[in-house]
Write a protein of this length. Sequence first.
Length: 463
Amino acid sequence: MSKGKVLVVDDDRSLRQFLSIWLKREGYAVRAAASGRDGLHEMTRDPADVVLTDLTMEGIDGMGVLTGVKEHWPDTEVVMITAYGTTENAVQAMRHGAYDYITKPFNVDELKLVLDKCFEKQAMRTENTALRRLLVDRFGYGSMVGRSAPMAAVYDLMDRVKDTPVSVLVTGESGTGKELVARALHYEGERREAPFRSINCGAIPENLIESELFGYKKGAFTGANKDHPGLFASADGGTLFLDEIGEMPLATQVKVLRALQERKVRPVGGSEEVSVDVRLVAATNRDLPAEVAAGRFREDLYYRLNVVTIALPALRERLGDLPMLVEHFVEKYGEQFGRPGISVGAEALRALAGHTWPGNVRELENAVQRGVALSRGDVVTPDALPPEVVGPAGDVGALPSSVPPEGMDLDGALERYELMLIESALEVSGGVKTEAAKLLRITFRSLRYRLQKIGIEEPPTRG
Ligand SMILES: Nc1ncnc2c1ncn2[C@@H]1O[C@H](COP(=O)(O)OP(=O)(O)OP(=O)(O)O)[C@@H](O)[C@H]1O
Ligand SMILES: [Mg+2]
């Protein structure tokens, strides 16, 4: 196998020949083109990893090759060969994305060094992409855990919007991970180097929210003894997370809308506007369209924020993720409490799988935290779990034998019952699916379908 593909583009025949022979001897797969046009044509035929191009050529010159390559094959590195005295152009080329340049006459050691660095960079990039793919496919997204179908759809949407500037509205019940999504969008996206700022619109007094968001000038009000930039300005280039946006006062909503439309903010007490480039992520567990209908939320702001909505499923809608989440939290708190290696026993896991989780992942996290803290050995037992999780008789308390007065979620209950029985069949069969299917008197295909539906097994299209 060759060390990689190099394309030489040079109108100087002897240099082309020399480079071809030398590169081949060094173990590269080499092709050569005599003009910029031929070079780009060779790339369309079979893209090279590195393009080594002369800068001054008739027709399409080295800069033209560079632009063409970077436009269509951004992962290919371009190295410029320049004549003595034209280094200024070479520096220009590097500003446009060339990896490096070498000056004629060059010695081969110098070229070798540049190529080695090029390929090192590429290897690292490939490895990073592969690793990220693996992490995303296997465990979730950023620090988000879960691989059920509804979560896979969430990750997919996040992946598509993370590098765009569009506003994102994250909805979902309390504790479903809305803040986690906001952070992941920032830290997995192209704004990750810039600041992430957040504000909880429900937790801050109405008269403070505007100075927090837009900043203030010295002397704007009593106590304002120096200028304060505000969240919009300090998140410049990054992301601003408006948590519990449904709680934002109507008067502030108008100003936020203006800031979004004009990309400018005016500090309280200031006369000048400041330009800001901020990506907005907002979250709410309220029904915003209903708030709009009731006149409590501005319709125009709603449409501005809601360019993309990421709706998080409730935990009861993705119970297949429960074992993985439990494992994640047990590891987290095991480490935090100085008890590495602690695990959740089968009985406790069954109790956890039987609960309806009105508080979603946060409730689960708290339950496991308590379990780890209160268990004596290195196995978490049901008695260490919160009583409302285990149920009165330590059975699967969330599966009632009659309909409670407040009503119930039949599909959810049936799904939990199904999950519980499938898990116990898999336990008996030692994880052998054909055996488990036999025990449940269903076909292997039907078992696989059910496992996919509850998110324990990946559907055939993913992974
Ligand atoms: N998919 C997930 N993987 C791992 N941890 C999660 C996941 N979803 C939520 N959590 C954890 O659960 C807790 C609650 O999550 P988060 O604060 O993001 O929820 P929220 O939707 O913002 O809730 P609220 O509406 O109450 O503010 C956090 O500790 C978070 O780390
Ligand atoms: Mg939150």
